[in-house]
Design a protein around this ligand. Structure first.
Ligand SMILES: Nc1ncnc2c1ncn2[C@@H]1O[C@H](COP(=O)(O)OP(=O)(O)O)[C@@H](O)[C@H]1O
Ligand SMILES: [Mg+2]
Length: 175
């Protein structure tokens, strides 16, 4: 069944139709193009809508080393983004006058994304009281340099999400 993915960022709205699995790539790419450190991406949608699926596509596209499994048991999972290392090696290359590797050129122009070195995936499904959030230290997680956080079931931690300055709100609906 197709999905309608609505992406709200600041005053802009973009709707992407996900008719088949490979269409998730488009949604992932759009989100990645807007990513910057300290950002929260709130994924709204019913059970089975595709929140974890979209997270997996984002993680894959960013080049994280581990697959983004649904963090149902872990509640919170961290991924290191490989591109950050490309950026680091690019800096090394420049200072040592060695030619930059081509994959760095390929991602040039996406400054914001290149600064993203860490993807934190939170599944708030089992949070019943927002006070439980304190134990997760989400503020501290987000302050780690280069971090972008993706939250499934953001309505469970609404107060915390509302406080975020750089927020992308994604609504996934099964059509
Ligand atoms: N466009 C689509 N058409 C059919 N099935 C899809 C489509 N997009 C996702 N799915 C399937 O729907 C399910 C979504 O599950 P999941 O991503 O775990 O949802 P959530 O995290 O929102 O609970 C997966 O089994 C996935 O294969
Ligand atoms: Mg999920």
């Amino acid at each position: 069944m197709p999905r309608k993915v609505t992406i709200n960022y600041k005053k802009t709205q973009k709707v992407i139709k996900v008719d088949e699995m490979s269409d998730w790539q488009d949604a992932a790419e759009l989100l990645i193009s807007k990513m910057k450190p300290g950002m929260v991406i709130a994924l709204h949608g019913d059970l089975g809508a595709g929140k974890t699926t979209l997270t997996q596509y984002i993680a894959k596209q960013l080049g994280v080393s581990k697959r983004a499994l649904s963090p149902t048991f872990a509640l919170i999972r961290n991924y290191v983004v490989k591109r950050q290392r490309s950026e680091a090696s690019a800096k090394e290359c420049r200072t040592s006058n060695v030619e930059r590797p081509s994959y760095v050129e390929a991602t040039a122009g996406r400054r914001g994304t290149l600064d993203v070195g860490r993807l934190v995936h939170v599944d708030a499904y089992r949070i019943e009281d927002e006070r439980e959030l304190l134990a997760l230290d989400l503020d501290e997680e987000l302050m780690e340099p280069g971090t972008v956080m993706i939250i499934e079931w953001p309505e469970r931690v609404e107060e915390w999400v509302k406080k975020q300055k750089e927020l992308i709100r994604v609504e996934i609906e099964i059509q």
